[in-house]
Design a protein around this ligand. Structure first.
Ligand code: GFB
Length: 354
């Protein structure tokens, strides 16, 4: 690489859609896209919405850079802005490219989180390019797509491709799920998870994700019982195109009885000695403990439910019960499927296992 820059160029993007589960879901597709174009991917800042505050979390705070680098060439946002962008691309037009089918113009910096994201890293958009006519869009596995990208956006003319949103499908396609194995929690998060487990949980333990805040009820209203269409992460338990079954209300928003019954069943099946509960709203600790009384075991939660630590704890459990529709649950499911020697057990509310 000349001057320490990648002659094949860079991809920088904003994970501007949805919250963490959505951002990670798309990130897997972006990794695949960057690898297929053979450009260095600038690792994003993830965006946390703590209304009214918007916080940017550098990739390396959450994940190990060295592990993702085993999949494809990457650079941290910090290194890119400090060492590469400022020295080598100062004054060079950095073009934003976008899909005209999706938006009636490239307003890359309009609104939150778009504006703050690019301002913080110091990227300004001086030119817009359309890629709408490229076959397959970001699906570079489609015939002729990769070739078109390389022809239309060569690294000499376009050393940096900046995307105002993730260049990837949402929800993610099954073929990118295994890329999760290159996402390893940073040592800080792993240590926090381990410490929590040592101090609070007896092994073996069951981990449960309860997605039950008010916004979620509205998501479940979109279940189409007639057409059985995929909804957010639902293909994680029903297969692509839902070829394995019907999406139900119980899968999306199980009632309290269904939740408690599932936990009791799974606790019995592995002889669990404790239960860990993560939730965005109601952890149901009292109800769960009431049901677990005969087993003389207890349910626990983090006093302040830090979402990243919760995810890492759930990833390390002996059995995980997730919400099939939630992309947040899907992070855990993918981690359990792909980061060990062999898949570790996961279950979903509303899904009867044989
Ligand atoms: O991650 P996310 O896109 O997953 O959004 P879904 C859910 C957010 O809720 C997470 C919080 O990023 C967290 O901020 N959250 C959920 C939790 N579960 C927990 C938990 O157990 N502990 C903690 N601490 N926080 C959907 C999206 O969310 O929500 C859709 O897919 C849409 O885009 C919909 O926005 C309303 O897939 O669950």
């Amino acid at each position: 690489a000349k001057n320490g820059t990648d002659p094949n160029g860079y991809i920088v993007f904003c994970p501007c859609m949805g919250r963490f589960g959505n951002q990670i879901d798309q990130f897997l597709g972006v990794l695949s896209f960057a690898k297929s174009l053979d450009r260095t991917l600038v690792l994003p800042n993830f965006i946390e919405f703590n209304h009214p505050e918007t916080k940017m979390i550098p990739f390396e705070v959450l994940f190990q850079v060295g592990t993702v680098a085993k999949y494809t060439r990457v650079v941290t946002m910090h290194e890119f802005t400090k060492k590469i962008m400022s020295k080598h691309f100062a004054g060079t037009p950095r073009k934003a490219i976008y899909d005209t089918d999706a938006e009636p113009g490239c307003h890359a910096k309009e609104g939150n989180p778009f504006g703050p994201y690019w301002d913080q890293i110091g990227v300004s958009f001086v030119g817009d390019e359309y890629f709408g006519e490229i076959p397959g869009g970001f699906e570079t596995s489609q015939m002729g797509s990769r070739k078109k990208w390389l022809e239309k956006f060569g690294p000499e003319e376009f050393p940096v491709l900046a995307f105002p949103s993730a260049p990837a499908a949402f929800p993610s396609k099954g073929k990118v799920w295994s890329i999760q194995k290159y996402l390893r929690w940073s040592s800080r998060i792993t240590e926090q998870a381990k410490k929590y487990i040592t101090n609070n949980l007896q092994k073996p333990f069951v981990a449960v994700h309860l997605r039950n805040d008010a916004d979620w009820v509205r998501v479940c209203d979109h279940i189409d019982l007639e057409k059985n269409r995929p909804l957010f992460a639902s293909e994680q338990c029903l297969g692509e195109g839902h070829h394995q079954g019907q999406l139900t209300m119980e899968m999306c928003i199980p009632n309290k009885q269904q939740i408690v019954d599932m936990i009791v069943e799974k606790v019995g099946s592995i002889g669990a000695k404790s239960v860990f509960v993560a939730s965005d709203k109601d952890h149901m600790i009292d109800e769960i403990n009431e049901a677990l009384k005969p087993y003389e075991i207890e349910a626990h939660r983090q006093e302040v439910d830090d979402m990243y630590t919760s995810l890492a704890i759930m990833g390390r459990s002996d059995l995980f019960i997730g919400n099939c529709v939630s992309t947040f649950s899907h992070i855990v499911k993918r981690e359990r499927d792909h980061t060990g020697q062999s898949p570790r057990p996961s279950a979903f509310f509303g899904v009867r296992s044989a």
